[in-house]
Design a binder for this molecule. Sequence first.
Ligand code: IFM
Length: 407
Amino acid sequence: MTDFPPGFLWGASTAPHQIEGNNLNSDFWANEGRVPGMERSGDACDSYHRYREDMQLLADAGLNTYRFGIEWARIEPEPGLISRAELAHYRRMIDTAYELGITPFVTLHHFTNPRWFAEQGGWTAPGAIDRFRSYVEAATGILDGVEWVATMNEPNMLAMMTGMAVFMQQAQENGEGWQSPTVDTDGPRPALPAPSPEIGRIFVEAHHAVRDIVRERTGAKVGWTVANRAFETRPGGEEKRRELEYIWEDLYLEGSRGDDFVGVQSYSAQWVNADGIEPYPAHPDNTLVGTAYRPDALGIAVRHTAEVTGGVPIVVTENGIATHDDTRRIAYTGEALRHLGLAMADGIDVRGYLHWSLLDNYEWGHWEPTFGLIEVDRETFVRTPKPSLGWLGSVARENAQALTASR
Ligand code: IFM
């Protein structure tokens, strides 16, 4: 058995645009449906109205933490116009979590921006950080008592997506299909555009700016969450790996030095050779988003994160698998937890494990890949917990994970 430390956070994560539904004032909503092959989020899981039920299922299973986001596009639908009603909505979510004995873990920005922010030039426009700062100042008004706040989700993927806006524009003009940043269901995933370090540095600056605001105004631990690619090196690929690792991860991990925690988000691992990142080869074990089945990636990810950040406490803020086979989800997660336990046994400071995702949700242009511990009927919104929810809940209750394979 691996024992996890007392107070370990056990939970699941979501993001507003992926579950709430009708995020009308966001830039992502504005683009949905315009590009062929891109499905719309629509009502999503209607969690905007059904969040209590979602949290109740999480708590009943035995999990103790719920990571959810608050949506800038709802809170500030027009520049400078702060919606008190939306702030009150998110405060009710925080209060509901506490009422159910759940620790809320709040993300301030998860990929989506207000439509007006995008129209003003987005993150690369002058004044972008000030606009984000103003939103965070308003948001901190409802964070009283919240212990964990992530400023931005996966700034490295966001930097890549910001580059993808150009691709989307071209795809629209040429009538080409949508390429989700997170999904490729037709064989090996083509190389994603590398995130621009210039844009990445804007996010580091934005993170530091709002980290200070959150610290001044709340008692929360503050950090951000970084997508980890768990790169592995083919002979001769060492230099290329260092170059890519900086662009994809280390710029952001270095930006988290001085934070109270860093979120590790891990799904798969990927080989790098002297020419660059190798696409995932087609394989029957590949997941529904086209990635290789690599639960061991979580161990690689936390070890690399600890090394680059110099030991900033880690919370695994996302880890999971896109599959229709829940038995596989349990097998994947058990193995990922085993690798997490081994890293912790080697002295890495990990404070929690939050599974992605609580619900089958909108995977950025697609509904087919399902990551959830809970199935959602998209017409009736009926929630049906999968066996993996009960399984993860029992791991959480025992605060331990049986080691099923040898080291
Ligand atoms: O669904 C996404 C999430 O929004 C960010 N991290 C990866 C997940 C799965 O692709």
